[in-house]
Write a protein of this length. Structure first.
Length: 719
């Protein structure tokens, strides 16, 4: 990219590209160095955590997976490759993404050079070098950096290609677009623009048939990448999903009665319990299945949510139009709307970001970039060039994507390189006409009006609180078992937004970990009041009531949790145990039998289930369940001891002895196992072995009543 093929040495233009690359890389690595103290570096949250966990699974060998892709897969596989080579630490992927981001700056430079002139190209290149949002996302475990690089790469190659170009080049364009599509499928909306550009872009007259063949070759490259993903989805899920099925629910998020154009709120606000799961995916599945009364295939889920979004638009055209106009306003507003967390909060960890990103009367940098871009668009239409079709086509097609879904800084970011080029066009126009003031009057008026409009704060574009940032910090401290700090940040989140149930969930979890069960109950009760679909809060309410001995209240909360979400294993486990403690053995058995379909691999559940089965007279099935448990987890002591006891009591001494010995391999000092095996030996007339085991207990606990009684009995027998 940097070398001049004719001279065999670096030209002046290539030197500029090198300077842009290294300047961009230095700034991105400087930013990475400065955020070393940020808690988010080592503890990714929300989407970044989802990518991190998925990449870890891929790096550990789970390459194919076993579910249809909900999210587009390229970035997790990219991240998984990095983890497999360098480990799953936080630095390597960010360094690699910083290199990609720096190459993106070079591509911006070359695209502008191809479309305009060297001065404009240099301006665009250096704006991208210092553009804070690009620096920020180059250092996040998100798709943005990779997607922008792929978009710019295929754009640059396409800009230099007509349909008479080599088949290899057209095929390569298709391959790169395919990669971009399995990173973010919405890029496919740009294909008609690209096809039109390639059809009409020609150096010399070419027959339409040849043009169409060229476009077909491009599509062949595209399908080379996408079809394996589609085939894989069908193989694992027996369902036809092109890339992923997130699009439907995302469309609904941006188009429903409660939508505001910028908030990615999951439908129903269900919350997965006992594991990390994509909350949008989880809620989308739960709501759809509750509404239809059946389990749905991924393709059906996507169609279901698309249909609900279109139903809203067609049924509420006035509200839908207002929402579209609001999204248009957000798309060109100076404020960087948060998605996973507040971007401006990261300024406290980086002096570089605090200089390059701020929002006061004017929001920097987008508050200046947007009005410059608007003027640039007008200038481009006024002085039209053939290559502008591709540039404008991308900007407008991507704008359609934002209007169809919702607007955040992350989703707006792929437009930035192209807006930067148009802004550089304006700057170059001003420089060229600085001595011709009349030519600058109209652009100046347009710029001023756009500057004012883009820097207003209407429609709630700038939130008055930062509760998500505080919640994220609380979550990080919980993962570090720093309960006191977690409580502080959970309370800050609640102060910022007392109507958000998530803050109370974090506060309740912190109090629960601290053993403050009454305070945990108060917090989870508030969360449950604010969100009737919060099965997480209900399950934890049950647990904390159980810890306080309030079994009836615990049973009520677990029952409500299962009414909300019938898949929560812990709710079945504790409700079954509570029912047993209350003497309701029939109800306990029913609970465990209902929960077994979701908990057949959970050894704690299986152990409790087996106890209830035995008490209900189903000893054979209880043994079968415990045998499964000890095979699933050879280190779970209670299942081993309970199975040994059942063998012993069922007249199977050989099996009982073997299982007791396995239990003692797990914990040689477990008192009950030693004593139970001792009683087995006593019954089998092996007193020496029994005495050895009892002595083991008495060495640690000389006054243990059962051990002393057994020892006295053995001594009497010996006499």
């Amino acid at each position: 990219m940097f070398m001049n093929n004719h001279q065999g040495k670096i030209s002046a233009i290539d030197k500029s590209a090198l300077i842009i690359f290294f300047a961009a890389l230095i700034l991105r690595l400087l930013y990475l160095y400065q955020i070393q103290d940020s808690p988010f570096l080592n503890y990714p949250q929300i989407d970044a955590l989802w990518h991190h966990l998925w990449a870890q699974s891929i790096a550990s060998g789970n390459i194919i997976g076993d579910e249809v892709f909900f999210r587009a897969p390229l970035y997790p596989y990219f991240l998984g490759l990095i983890y497999s080579i360098f480990g799953d630490g936080p630095i390597a992927p960010r360094v690699i993404q910083s290199i990609l981001g720096s190459l993106s700056c070079v591509l911006i430079y070359f695209i502008a050079l191809r479309l305009l002139n060297r001065r404009t190209a240099l301006t665009a290149g250096f704006i991208s070098v210092f553009y804070s949002i690009l620096i920020y996302f180059d250092n996040e475990l998100l798709i943005t950096s990779l997607f922008i690089f792929l978009t710019l790469l295929f754009f640059y190659i396409a800009l230099n290609a007509g349909t008479t170009s080599s088949k290899k080049r057209l095929y390569l364009i298709g391959l790169i677009i395919g990669l971009a599509a399995i990173a973010r499928p919405t890029i496919l909306i740009f294909l008609p623009v690209l096809a039109i550009f390639l059809f009409f872009y020609k150096v010399q007259p070419v027959r339409a048939k040849i043009k169409l063949i060229g476009i077909a070759i491009l599509f062949a490259g595209l399908l080379t990448v996408i079809l394996p993903v589609t085939i894989r989805n069908f193989a694992v899920g027996h369902d036809l999903v092109l890339i992923s099925y997130q699009g439907g629910v995302n469309f609904w998020i941006g188009n429903n009665e409660e939508a505001d154009g910028k908030t990615a709120g999951a439908p129903g606000q269900f919350k997965a319990y006992g594991r990390y799961e994509d909350n949008v995916k989880y809620s989308a599945e739960r709501v759809a299945e509750m509404d239809t009364g059946r389990e749905m295939k991924p393709s059906e889920l996507s169609s279901y949510w698309y249909s609900r979004g279109f139903k809203f638009i067609l049924g509420n055209p006035g509200q839908a139009m207002k929402l579209i106009l609001t999204k248009l306003y957000f798309s060109w507003n100076a404020y960087e709307i948060e998605s996973n967390r507040n971007l401006y909060a990261q300024r406290e960890h980086s002096s570089l970001l605090s200089i390059l990103l701020w929002h006061n009367i004017v929001g920097f940098p987008f508050g200046l970039l947007a009005p410059l871009t608007i003027v640039g668009i007008i200038l481009a239409f006024k002085n039209w060039k053939r290559g502008y079709l591709l540039l404008m086509g991308f900007v407008f097609s991507y704008q359609v994507i934002l209007l169809a879904f919702f607007v955040t800084a992350r989703f707006r970011a792929p437009m930035l390189p192209f807006l930067i080029i148009l802004a550089a066009l304006t700057i170059d126009y001003v420089i060229r006409n600085r001595k011709h003031i009349p030519k600058l009057i109209t652009p100046a008026i347009i710029f001023t009006l756009a500057l004012i409009a883009c820097n207003t704060t209407l429609f709630g574009v700038k939130p008055g609180e930062e509760s998500r940032t505080q919640q994220s910090k609380a979550a990080i401290f919980l993962r570090q078992n720093q309960v006191d700090s977690a409580i502080v940040y959970a309370r800050k989140a609640i102060e910022e937004n007392p109507d958000d149930p998530a803050g109370y969930d974090f506060l309740g979890t912190a109090y629960e970990m601290a053993g403050e069960h009454q305070q945990a109950i108060e917090a989870f009760s508030k969360a449950a009041d604010l969100n009737r679909g919060d099965a997480f809060a209900r399950t934890h309410l049950g647990y904390n009531y159980y810890q306080l001995g309030e079994l009836e209240r615990a049973a009520i909360q677990y029952t409500i949790a299962l009414d909300i979400d019938s898949t929560i294993v812990d709710a079945y486990l504790y409700l079954g145990n509570v029912s047993r403690d209350l003497g309701r053995h029939g109800q306990a058995l029913d609970v465990f039998e209902r929960g077994y379909q979701y908990a057949s691999d959970n050894v704690v559940f299986l152990n409790s289930y087996a106890i209830v089965l035995r008490e209900s007279g189903s000893e054979e099935k209880a043994i079968e369940i415990l045998e499964r448990a000890v095979e699933l987890d050879r280190q779970y002591l209670p299942a081993h001891t309970n199975l040994a006891n059942m063998y012993f009591q069922g007249g199977q001494p050989v099996r009982a002895e073997a299982m007791y010995k396995r239990a003692l391999e797990i914990d040689p000092d477990d008192i009950q196992t030693n004593l139970n095996l001792a009683q087995l030996y006593i019954q089998g007339d092996l007193p020496e072995r029994a005495i050895e085991l009892i002595n083991n207990v008495l060495e640690e606990n000389p006054h243990h009543p059962v051990a002393n009684r057994l020892m006295d009995m053995l001594e009497e027998r010996v006499k």
